[in-house]
Write a protein that binds this ligand. Sequence first.
Ligand code: 1CP
Length: 336
Amino acid sequence: MNKLTECILNRNSSLMPVWFMRQAGRYLPEFRKIREKNQNFIKLCLNSDLVTDITLQPMNRFDLDAAIIFSDILMIPYGLNQEVEFKKNFGPKLGNLNIDKIINTNNNEFIKKLSPVYEGIRKVKKKIKNQNLIGFVGAPWTLLVYMMNRESPKKNFDINYINKNKSASNKILKKIEEAICLHVDKQIEAGANVIQIFDSWANLLPGNELENYCYMPTLKIVEHIKKSKIPAICFPRGIKNNYINFCSIVKPDCISIDYEIDPSWIKDKVNGIPIQGGMDPKILLTEKENIKKNVEKFITIFSDYPYIFNLGHGVIPETKPEIIEYVIKILRERKR
Ligand code: 1CP
């Protein structure tokens, strides 16, 4: 067992493994170099050699306990035959929602379209031995948001559109759930030994809709993953105190907290479920003294609790790579 799985499955509190959400990406000059030459982001995610190189970039630089496969949550809509494009200075742009086309996508077609992702996992797996390899998916709700909204909900989102089109949204949600399970299975078969579920837009749900769109659909995915004996880490970003309800209903193997959550508050409320993350990524843009103080805060709070060091969201592009190295050094030198 590697450190991450050992921390999660055996609830070993002495290890404190570390990895970073978005550890492969825009803050690394070597990533930007590849990205410049590969303007089509989906194509880049389907080039298994480049996927392997990019996944390993942070592993070659830093002493991390896990690699996360370089891919995107929007590969699922792509696999379901909705067009996906990443536009410069705009973000993702999805094509018209053709419900029949999406629902009629069969498993073989989906797997064939996404086979380079699985090939990339196989290639990375051969090159890392002592670290975990994390596969990932978007949660059903977050994927539904992108597929129906057809662009990031950051600037423009109307939940009434989803509620008014209940029959369409329920059909798509069901198909998304199936596709997520299939994508998880294929990633595990290829060598992923942890799965993270990103519900990045769970914060858009009013409290009375969380059950319907967040807890229940995610529970199905978590139960599916558990059948493979592979740990599932859930990240229902922005749901505040409802993290507690989420944990008691979904029972993930590990819960990833965002930076609005008070780590010492949540620690006693999730029934011993291992916790990941929490530190505000913006802290990594401040002076070293402040970074150290904050990292040590998490080390102290979780010294007797199974905890994976990570951030409360992804690494910000402006982060200096040497700061990631600095954080890892503090963690490695901590007193136990
Ligand atoms: O150069 C570029 O502009 C590409 C930027 C980029 C990168 C590096 C995108 C576009 N995706 C990725 C890789 C990616 N995406 C990874 C790689 C592995 C790693 O972490 O190192 C992962 C795990 C994701 C997951 C992802 N994609 C999420 C969930 C995590 C989160 O940040 O909340 C989401 C919401 C996406 C959608 C997406 N893909 C890319 C962007 C810019 C976005 C966000 C769009 C938005 O703001 O709505």
